[in-house]
Write a protein that binds this ligand. Sequence first.
Ligand SMILES: [Zn+2]
Length: 99
Amino acid sequence: MTVGEWVRGQVDDWRTTPRTVLDTAGRSRPNPAYAAAARAASSALRTLAGHLLIPLDQVGPCTTCHAYHHRYGAGGRPLCPTCHTAALARARRRYRRAA
Ligand SMILES: [Zn+2]
């Protein structure tokens, strides 16, 4: 698993954790697990930004596999390195067939 895939998992956990839970009286209460998941996702995104040596606002999900990587700003790409390499290989195969 790459760091980007790990961050995707942390963000997915945060997004799928309910924001509120019902107590025994049926009242809505903030879910403590939601705050914990949000902190874990934020920490994971900051870890990845530090790992890639880029500002946090240039980190984003790959358009194909949703793994987090250097998406925005100078040097940013819509595809993560793995998907970019696969897309290049597909393009080269198509080019060879057409030639
Ligand atoms: Zn990807």
